[in-house]
Design a protein. Structure first.
Lengths: 314, 257
């Protein structure tokens, strides 16, 4: 069963801006799915329509087989939404916010209170349960929105840039938590600006730009299309006694103890190390320079726009 | 949206009551102070020189009107400010993404407005005991029926105002320029029978006249208008305002893009 199925989805806002130009998208049950795109690409509009905060112009949306137009109540019961911006009452306490949200989904108050202890504890907010939301730090507010979205135990969790503005340590702990609940069977759709986040967490990906899906595949398959990678080699400066030579590779010496080498996947790195060893140069460490997904993302968006321009010129 | 979500209704109602109780200094104390001043100035000081109105001592005459005035302003402002704040802070989205029907959202907010209005009515009634010795209720059922329907009506009106409002100024415009004049001219402080001929006819176009008089009938057994007509007007306005509020929210005016 598909957790989400979208067909021909269009959205034209008042004023004529066409945010979505007929997109098709499928997300399988249990998937950890990334929806990527530059600002204004149509990600939040898509999420807004799925969660019925935005009225669609045309097309169909179904969640676990429940249609947005004809089975809205059932569809809503299956979705938990973590929006991009804080949208809770800043004067209510942490526990009031999550318990009330569960109440809107029909969860009895005593059950919601029990669950609030479970989810707030898991997200490190139980000690703050009686604090008003406005007293929380940015990271705590993000976690509060995740707890709020989970209390009615949805099968599909949609997160719109959940780690925006969150420090690295907290981001990692949120990733761990999301991976954990995904393993428990919750399908997750994530939009993010942190491409590293999508690469680390998600199995499948759709890239959206200017209201169109320009790529929809698995992360592995997408990364496999990248032929060239750039590596930065940190060298022992004491071992560099003469001018470095590296044949059959594009390379640059950044400073006296670091090299940047472009390596084609078909060639591998052995030859680089062999040539440096012959010159008695010690490699202390190595790292991948570019974010691979970021590189692909930029390429795909540029290609998509170029083909769009050509199509427009015809 | 089909299906009655009673837990959601209870949740919204509890949330609304918690809100106005949390800020009781802003919501419950001001009407007590304002009405005390009205009782002192219009009841005791000016009222003693007026004598009787509608066959009752002036102080007694204004008690039901002042209670109704508090009910109108508090039910209206409760829903207007709460719903607009929910729009402004975007926490209205908490309800929009959940399986909560439009009717339940309206009922929850209106329920909160009615609860505050009834609590304020009780407070003002208790304050009036300080100034009126012999308070006897003429018709309890009409009294309760009128106060509940009036607070429902103005809660709905506050909701409609909040739907259209884009700034906090927009929710204070209607109380200032519409509600206050209609309330003052709605027979709170005088019997509309005192107005000259044409003005009496004009006054009858003011719906608040019917609410104040129906409530006064329940309290004192006197009314400037026919009770059946008054009840009919109140029910009719409630139905009309509910239909308007329902249509607006159902279409997502001001809350969905």
């Amino acid at each position: 069963m598909k957790a989400l199925s979208i067909r021909g989805l269009r959205k034209v806002y008042k004023g004529g801006v066409e945010a979505l130009k007929g997109i098709d998208l499928d997300v399988n049950q249990g998937d950890f799915f990334a929806l990527l795109g530059p600002n204004g690409a149509g990600k939040s509009t898509t999420i807004g329509i799925i969660s019925s905060l935005v009225n669609k112009t045309a097309g169909s949306v179904s969640v676990f087989g429940y249609d947005l137009d004809t089975q809205l109540v059932e569809l809503k019961r299956h979705i938990g939404l973590v929006p991009q911006e804080f949208n809770f009452n800043q004067f209510e306490t942490v526990q009031q916010i999550v318990v009330n949200q569960a109440g809107y989904y029909g969860v009895p108050r005593d059950v919601a209170k029990q669950r609030s202890q479970q989810y707030l504890t898991q997200l490190g907010l139980w000690d703050k349960r009686n604090s008003p939301a406005r007293a929380l730090s940015g990271g705590m507010k993000r976690r509060l929105m995740i707890a709020r979205a989970l209390l009615h135990e949805p099968k599909l969790l949609i997160l719109d840039e959940p780690t925006a503005g969150v420090d690295i340590e907290l981001r990692r702990s949120m990733w761990d938590y999301l991976e954990q609940i995904n393993k428990q069977g919750i399908t997750i759709i994530l939009t993010t600006h942190y491409l590293e986040e999508a690469e680390s967490l998600c199995r499948n990906i759709a890239i959206i730009d200017q209201g169109r899906i320009i790529e929809n595949t698995s992360i592995k398959r997408l990364l496999a299309t990248l032929n060239m990678e750039t590596f930065v080699l940190d060298l022992d400066p004491n071992s560099v006694n003469a001018e470095i030579t590296l044949q059959d590779f594009q390379w640059r010496q950044v400073d006296e103890h670091s090299l940047e080498v472009d390596v084609q996947k078909s060639k591998g790195l052995n030859s680089v190390f062999a040539q440096l060893s012959k010159q008695n140069i010690q490699v202390l460490s190595m790292r991948n320079k570019a974010n691979r997904l970021e590189e692909l993302f930029v390429n795909l968006v540029e290609q998509g726009r170029q083909s769009g321009t050509k199509a427009g010129a015809k | 949206m089909s299906g009655f979500n009673s837990i959601a209704l209870k949740t919204i109602w509890i949330k609304e009551c918690t809100r106005f109780l949390r800020i009781w200094v802003q919501t419950l104390v001001p009407p007590a102070i304002t009405m005390t001043l009205y009782f002192i100035i219009f009841g005791s000081i000016v009222g003693e020189r007026i004598g009787e109105m509608g066959g009752r001592p002036y102080m007694e005459f204004i008690v039901p009107g002042l209670i109704m005035m508090s009910v109108i302003t508090n039910s209206y402002s409760n829903v207007a400010s709460s719903f607009f704040s929910a729009k402004f802070q975007r926490n209205i989205e908490e309800m929009l993404v959940a399986p909560v029907s439009t009717a339940v959202i309206i009922a929850g907010y209106v329920g909160g407005g009615v609860a505050r209005a009834l609590l304020v009515a009780l407070i003002v009634t208790l304050v009036s005991f300080l100034f009126v010795d012999n308070v006897q209720l003429h018709h309890g059922i009409i009294l309760v029926f009128t106060v509940i329907l009036t607070s429902t009506l103005f809660s709905l009106a506050g909701l409609i105002n909040a739907v259209y409002a884009k700034t906090f100024d927009d929710i204070s415009m209607v109380p200032t320029f519409v509600l206050t004049p209609l309330t003052y001219l709605g027979g709170v402080f005088f019997s509309i029978n005192l107005l000259p001929g044409m003005w009496q006819t004009i006054a009858q176009a003011n719906p608040i006249v019917y609410m104040v008089n129906a409530f006064r009938y329940g309290f004192l057994g006197i009314s400037d208008v026919h009770l059946g007509v008054a009840m009919g007007v109140i029910v009719l306005f409630n139905l009309a305002f509910f239909v308007i509020a329902y249509q607006l929210l159902q279409r997502g005016v001001g809350i969905r893009s």
